[in-house]
Write a protein that binds this ligand. Structure first.
Ligand code: NI
Length: 255
């Protein structure tokens, strides 16, 4: 069985067929999906989906591109949502200097507060980092973010960066973009140790080859698993079993 550790099932692109998408994932042997919140409303939706579907779990948090107007009350609302037993992580949180929809100091503050919340609640982190490598590393390091575990989702950076992140005791996941012809992630995938790897789709985005151009969904995670197996030159069954065990252990999934 596979686990898709990062999907946004609340997106409106699934409004017409959400139930079928979850059903197709089960048929494709994707036995668990973590659906991710990016603000209070989508986090609440994620918890709702996790309560409705047995194979769905939720992560709650405020994304750096959605944090410009985040208040103390919003952070409190995220904390309250974690009381639900289907919430398995704080995320996605982080820094994003590519879109830059909030000033850097606001992004830092909201990210730091949520790392502290994860530590208070002993929950792992799901981290988004876009064009903010150095500051992201410094923040994670200063707050000892690896203490409760977590994953650098849709990992980007060079080999040195990969190693510094691994030293923080964090996991790594790659999306369907590693299957793209122009992907420059081959060395990263090869170098990322199996015992720290997770699978994810980031659905509805980043659809893997050969389905590129279509809306992404959790059932497609197998294509990314195959690409990782090919690059590491090991059977896909090994990627499947190790990444599933990693996800179960990191997120304490009851499956
Ligand atoms: Ni995401």
């Amino acid at each position: 069985m596979f686990i898709d550790t990062h999907a946004h099932l609340g997106y409106e692109s699934y409004d017409e067929d959400r139930e079928l998408v979850i059903q197709r994932a089960i048929e494709a042997d994707v036995s668990a999906i973590i659906t991710i919140g990016t603000d209070v409303e989508s986090s609440r939706e994620a918890v709702g989906l996790a309560n409705k579907y047995a194979t769905v779990f939720a992560a709650v948090g405020i994304h750096p591109t959605d944090c410009a107007a985040t208040t103390e009350a919003d952070l409190e609302a995220i904390k309250e949502l974690t009381a639900d037993e289907n919430v398995v992580a704080i995320g996605e949180i982080g820094l994003d200097y590519y879109h830059m929809r909030a000033p850097k100091d606001k992004q830092h503050h909201i990210c730091a507060r949520q790392i502290q919340l994860a530590q208070e609640l002993n929950l792992p982190l799901i981290i988004h980092n876009r064009d903010s490598h150095e500051d992201m590393y410094n923040l994670l390091s200063e707050l000892d973010a690896g203490r409760t575990g977590g994953v650098m989702h849709s990992f980007t950076g060079d080999l040195d960066y990969l190693h510094t992140i691994l030293e923080l005791d964090l996991h790594i996941s790659f999306t369907g973009n590693i299957t793209f012809k122009k992907s420059d992630a081959n060395d990263l995938v090869t170098a990322a140790p199996l015992e720290r790897l997770l699978l994810e789709t980031d659905s509805p985005f980043l659809t893997p080859v050969p389905l590129r151009g279509k809306r992404n969904e959790p059932a497609f995670v197998v294509h990314t698993a195959r690409k990782i197996a090919e690059l590491k030159n090991i059977p896909v069954e090994e990627i499947e079993s190790v990444t599933t065990a990693n996800a179960v252990s990191l997120f304490k999934l009851d499956i």
